[in-house]
Design a protein around this ligand. Structure first.
Ligand SMILES: [Fe+2]
Ligand SMILES: [Fe+2]
Length: 434
């Protein structure tokens, strides 16, 4: 493991993670605008670096606080350990577990079909009401196409390299969508068994994928038109990433899988919301709208996945609690954690450090998401648990404060000298990582 990312912010603990209102499905432009104006603090100028350290002593007690690795930085750096017939294969870093769900819990999942039909499917948005990438790009059949491209390029001309690196990393993450659909279709009891399954879970997974597909498409086309990034390097990274897959440690288990997606959708909501606000700060209001629209989709998806876990807490509180504890113990690895561009063995870690420094996705966000989920699922109040369930409850309820304590302690450490490194995505120009 190359990097254990710790917590480096002394900022007041964000309290903006209270339950978000369900978003309107009728006016995407307004949604995007409201996101840009939301109460999030824009960290573009104040984002701080992530400190790295190996452990800390609690201030109030003498116990050793075990360092916690944040998955936004590389928990599993994609060292190119081997090639098979010239094909890159990422290193396996832990034992992969499969089909861990207990038979009685599989029955619980199977009993939720009609619930999913009534309560999950409505979170999808009809295609005719969805924005499409073309709504926010120069119209190629129009006479004004070249003029529109010129304007786009003028707006993007001032985007700094660190912003571009973060936006490219986010775009590449979105572009690895085949991996995420695959991941959902590994889950026992909810997978799309045929590719055209009519179960609500199959319908959900395909339609969710189709909605998500617009994200990478729009960001990719936009970045292409800016002329600011090395598209070939970006495209190679996407190909490597899809070829590598991901290992979220969800064990084909929908309890684990939906805890993971709940966390992950909120993480992307935060990240895209911040790239929207930063774009606005940097003078590219169209890009701000684009990122805001994507963030709004992520938030709607977050609500949907959270609803599934909420239902699991209702029908099987002990199983849901243990699943939540299990995923948080393993730490939530970001979906692009196996990112590689053919050059940089620590690409994901380096990208993550730029995201941290620019305040796009930070260690503090990780704690905030966890706390948000604890509150949303009313975890502290869940009763009737087994001893394993109670242990998991104690663990997840105390984890966010422990993360923040480490964060505060890390802030007391002397600042490291700034470090920069080249990114192929911006023609190997050096970008400050901390
Ligand atoms: Fe997305
Ligand atoms: Fe998403």
């Amino acid at each position: 493991m190359a990097v254990s990312a710790q917590f480096a912010r002394t900022d007041a603990v964000a309290t903006s993670c209270a339950t978000m209102p369900r978003i309107s499905l009728v006016n995407p432009a307004a949604e995007a605008k409201s996101l840009q104006q939301a109460s999030f603090h824009s960290c573009w100028k104040t984002g701080r670096r992530l400190c790295l350290h190996s452990g800390a002593k609690s201030a109030s007690t003498s116990e050793t606080v075990k360092p916690m690795t944040i998955a936004m930085t590389a928990t599993m750096p994609p060292k190119a350990d081997r090639e098979v017939s010239g094909i890159y294969v990422p290193k396996e870093t832990h034992k992969q577990v499969t089909h861990s769900i207990l038979p009685e819990r599989l029955e619980v999942i199977k009993s939720l079909d009609s619930w999913a039909e009534e309560s999950l499917i409505p979170f999808l948005k009809p295609v005719e009401k969805c924005w499409q990438p073309q709504d926010h790009l120069p119209e190629p059949s129009s006479e004004s196409f070249y003029e529109e491209v010129k304007e786009l390029r003028a707006r993007a001309a001032n985007l700094p390299d660190d912003y571009l690196v973060v936006l490219v990393g986010d775009m590449i993450t979105e572009e690895a969508l085949p991996t995420y659909q695959t991941m959902l279709n590994t889950l026992d009891g909810t997978k799309d068994e045929t590719g055209a399954s009519l179960t609500p879970w199959g319908v959900w997974t395909r339609a969710w994928t189709a909605e998500e597909n617009r994200h990478g498409d729009l960001l990719n086309k936009y970045l292409y038109l800016t002329g600011r990034v090395n598209m070939k390097a970006v495209e190679k990274t996407i190909q490597y990433l899809i070829g590598s897959g991901m290992d979220p440690q969800t064990e084909n288990n929908p309890y684990l899988g939906f805890v993971y997606t709940s966390f992950q959708e909120r993480a992307t909501f935060i990240s895209h919301g911040n790239t929207a606000r930063h774009a606005k700060d940097l003078g590219d209001s169209k890009l701000a709208t684009i990122c805001g629209l994507i963030a709004a989709d992520e938030r709607r998806h977050e609500h949907a996945y959270c609803k599934i876990v909420e239902k699991l807490f209702e029908v099987d509180p002990d199983g849901a609690m243990q699943a939540f504890g299990d995923m948080m113990k393993k730490k939530i690895a970001m979906p692009a954690h196996l990112m590689y561009d053919g050059v940089d063995q620590n690409l994901f870690a380096n990208f993550s450090m730029v995201a941290q420094r620019t305040g796009t996705y930070t260690a503090r966000d990780y704690a905030d998401i966890l706390e948000h989920l604890v509150n949303k699922w009313n975890v502290a109040k869940v009763e009737g648990l087994s001893s394993e369930g109670r242990k998991a409850q104690e663990y997840v309820c105390t984890l966010a404060p422990r993360i923040r304590k480490l964060d505060e302690r890390a802030q007391l450490k002397p600042k490291k000298t700034p470090k920069a490194g080249p990114f192929s995505w911006v023609f190997n120009r050096e970008v400050q990582m901390w």
